[in-house]
Write a protein that binds this ligand. Sequence first.
Ligand SMILES: [Zn+2]
Length: 91
Amino acid sequence: MTETGKHKPERMCLSCGAVKDKSELIRIMRDENGYRFDLTMKSGGRGAYVCRNASCVDKLFRKKLLSKSFRKNLPEETYRKLREEFDHLYG
Ligand SMILES: [Zn+2]
């Protein structure tokens, strides 16, 4: 099987706008239980992407950029929880 003509899945970082391969990004998703990091990178539902680096992640939380992707304002509490989870998983 060849990769010829196959489109590589690329996503855009919410913080810097760079388009990258999924492997270089972190995915945040929403499901019935709320917002969380999608470690499998392929769960269904709406997702948001951010670069796997501290400056983009910082900006995401500081400027509350997730509202752009999920088209609604997320409560302070949600950002706080995600931030904690991030430090846990990737810190
Ligand atoms: Zn970025």
